[in-house]
Design a protein around this ligand. Structure first.
Ligand code: FAD
Ligand code: FES
Ligand code: MG
Length: 280
């Protein structure tokens, strides 16, 4: 069973769990994810492997409670177990061996960017990180990110900490001031990744994004996670999740992410106040 060995509440909506999963930890690489099922009748949701320890046979997941399944997952405590967990899935991030990389993480996207920065720093890449959240209380993994970055810029939308504005605006400021990274990696909500790509395009900087479409099987069979990249259909679970952000059809990705909003809202409302025991 995938037992939760450690749990940390990072913000009121964001939790970190260290899960016993030795076979997944043995093979995991930065950029990969797992698909989790919390209960027998439940849906399957993808979560990035935010960290792993081959020695201890554990993986770390960081998730934001945005709907029913993530809320149910958040109810699990240390000692409880996650019903199913499959992975590692997806293609590991193709990280450079040298040079300068700007890593941009927005909201819970800081969690997936962390293992990439850790690996790049280990390889000798100069990592300049920009992390952000709506406000100071919602910022996650600041200390961890500082450890794996040569330079860390913190941004908040409301100005409660660091740069007052979006991570993409901070990036624009750095590029305009003359910073010339070899590439940019951005992970976060779709509008944030799109804005980052709009900033880097005129500078001609290769920009990788980690797409997060709705997934079901995670093995390339159902087609739920399709994204259009450079005019071609790709399945994010087997061809991604990292893609060249300048080639992504963002309007389609945003439309598809919102496809089941009404059903997701109804599922959450039906569960409200049930403490997770009764759900649809
Ligand atoms: P719902 O209310 O059902 O949905 C809220 C929104 O989440 C939806 O509008 C939709 O855009 C998205 N979503 C819903 N169902 C799915 C699904 N089956 N698959 C993907 N997206 C869905 N979130 C994190 O907090 N931490 C992570 O590390 C993380 N890593 C991800 C890695 C990948 C490769 C992908 C594709 C997504 C990742 N996500 C991550 C997003 C996470 O899967 C969704 O937030 C989660 O599925 C929402 O489920 P819900 O039932 O709680 O919310
Ligand atoms: Fe089914 Fe990718 S989740 S094809
Ligand atoms: Mg859901």
């Amino acid at each position: 069973m995938y037992q939760i060995l450690k749990k940390r509440v990072l913000t009121p909506q964001t939790k970190l769990v260290v899960v016993r999963a030795p076979y997944v930890a043995e093979k995991a690489e930065p950029g990969q994810f797992v698909i989790v099922r919390v209960r027998e009748e439940g849906e399957r949701i993808p979560l990035t492997i935010a960290d792993y320890s081959r020695e201890e046979g554990t993986i770390t997941l960081v998730f934001q409670e945005v709907g029913l399944t993530t809320k149910l997952l958040g109810l699990l405590e240390e000692g409880d177990a996650i019903l199913d967990l499959v992975g590692p899935l997806g293609i590991p991030a193709q990280l450079p061996e040298a040079g300068v990389v700007v890593a941009v993480g927005g909201g819970v996207g800081v969690a997936p960017i962390y293992p990439k920065c850790k690996e790049m720093t280990k390889r000798g890449v100069r990592v300049i990180s920009i992390i952000g959240a709506r406000s100071q209380e919602l910022l996650i993994l600041e200390d961890e990110m500082r450890e794996v970055s040569e330079e860390l810029h913190v941004c908040t939308d409301d100005g409660s900490k660091g740069f007052h504005g979006f991570v993409s605006e901070k990036l624009k400021e750095l590029l305009t001031a003359g910073l010339k990274p070899d590439e940019v990696i951005a992970v976060g909500p779709l509008p944030m990744m799109r804005a980052t790509c709009e900033v880097t395009k005129p500078f001609g900087i290769k920009t990788w994004v980690s797409m997060n479409p709705i997934m079901v099987d995670g093995t390339g069979m159902c087609g739920a996670c399709r994204v259009t990249v450079g005019g071609e259909t790709k399945f994010c679970c087997v061809d991604g999740p990292m893609f060249d952000g300048h080639l992504v059809d963002w309007a389609e990705a945003i439309r598809r992410a919102n496809m089941y909003r009404d059903e997701e809202r109804i599922a959450l409302e039906r569960c409200a106040g049930c403490g997770g025991e009764k759900h649809v």
